[in-house]
Design a binder for this molecule. Structure first.
Ligand code: NPQ
Ligand code: MG
Length: 369
């Protein structure tokens, strides 16, 4: 497949409600959308970098820079027959996993469409629907939090994750636990703590949490291993796992007992598969993380989460959890058993709606030879 045209867009989608984490509050979701054209076929990708370096050091601006100056030129006008070709072309370029993964997603969509197969089928998916949960941001106070949790339970979500940060942790978990004694519940600190906060995690350790996600710094596997030694509750790493190698090393030193897989964070679906395979062999449960994706990235998450090692519910909510209007169709809805159907159409299995995409576009650039 000769890559003829690549289109890059910076889009901004209004969130239905502000989303607060330990790294800040987001009212809008900024991200990049990529379109790759080849021999009459089109592939779509989404780069999860946001407006600020809060979750990761990457932003829409850094991703735009490395994509337009370095990543896009390595494949434009050239043949790409398989995903490995793309990674070989990027050669020695370091880092910028979210940018790398966004372009890779468009190539997966394109190459899967050429084969007439769904992305799930190509990745090795084994189920038609995947269990999902909801991720709830930090709320005004614990009463509001309990109210918001009950609304999502009412909407059909059977697993809840709440965001925590120093000073907004133990009371929050206790309040939710008191109201919902049997709710599958987990917390995500987005790296807001240090080992000096071990007492906080000891207080959370008897709250029947499924897991504690990314309590400490992203570049600190060692202290996660130290913290895990104090706890019964499994630590799950998100930000720290940027490759299959990091996953292997984290497991070797017992820095975590569960892994959150986000294709963006590990530089693409190919590396996400490698993390999955490694954990599957080791008997370590994985689940699919979320980055407030549009319908494009959400479709890719559902395909990935259909692999056999994804035994915990993913942060893959229905489209209406985050957005009133999406840029792709069909919208994803929650089934009564807290699952979402894995798309079956060729490629990602979604159609981008041009008017909707145009309405949210802030900047657009077309690259061709
Ligand atoms: C997490 N996601 O698991 C992430 C964090 C996150 C669903 O909890 C803009 C860019 C907004 C990146 C919000 C969920 C974001 C973002 C949250 C990442 O840690
Ligand atoms: Mg997380």
């Amino acid at each position: 497949m000769k890559i003829e045209v690549i289109e890059l867009r910076h889009i901004r989608m209004r969130l239905r409600a502000p989303f607060e984490t330990s790294f800040g509050v987001e009212l809008d979701r900024d991200c990049l959308i990529l379109r790759v054209d080849s021999e009459g076929m089109t592939g779509w990708g989404e780069c999860a970098a946001g407006s600020t370096p809060g979750y990761s050091y990457e932003t829409t601006e850094t991703a735009w820079h490395v994509l337009s100056e370095f990543f896009i030129p390595t494949i434009l006008g050239r043949q790409v027959e398989e995903i490995e070709d793309y990674h070989r072309r990027l050669g020695a370029y370091k880092g910028h996993n979210l940018a790398r993964a966004g372009l890779e997603m468009a190539l997966w969509d394109l190459l899967a469409k050429v084969q007439g197969k769904s992305l799930a089928a190509i990745l090795g998916g084994v189920v038609e629907r995947v269990p999902v949960g909801v991720s709830i941001g930090i709320q005004q106070d614990h009463d509001v939090l309990v109210e918001v949790v009950s609304q999502y339970i009412e909407a059909g979500y059977r697993r809840v994750k709440i965001k925590i940060k120093p000073g907004r942790d133990v009371v929050e978990v206790e309040s939710v636990r008191k109201s919902f004694p049997d709710l599958p519940l987990q917390v995500d600190a987005n790296s807001a703590y240090t080992l000096e906060d071990v007492a906080v995690f000891k207080s959370l350790d008897d709250k029947q949490l499924l897991l504690i996600e990314q309590p400490l710094a992203e570049d600190d596997l060692i202290d996660h291993s130290r913290l895990q030694a104090h706890l019964q509750t499994p630590i799950c790493l998100d930000e720290s796992i940027i490759s299959a190698r990091h996953a292997r090393q984290a497991l070797e030193i017992d820095a975590c007992r569960i892994v959150n897989i986000k294709s963006g964070r590990v530089g693409g679906l190919l590396e996400g598969l490698a993390v999955h395979d490694l954990c599957y062999e080791a008997g370590v449960p994985v689940w699919c993380g979320g980055m407030l994706e549009t319908g494009i990235g959400r479709a890719a998450n559902l395909a990935l989460a259909s692999l056999p090692g994804f035994t915990l519910p993913g942060d893959i909510s229905a489209s209406d959890r985050y957005y009133s209007e999406d840029i792709a169709e069909p919208r994803f809805t929650l089934n009564a058993d807290s699952t979402i159907d894995v798309p079956t159409g060729a490629g990602l299995g979604v159609e981008v709606v041009s008017d909707a995409l145009e309405r949210v576009t802030l900047r657009r650039e077309v690259y061709k030879l």
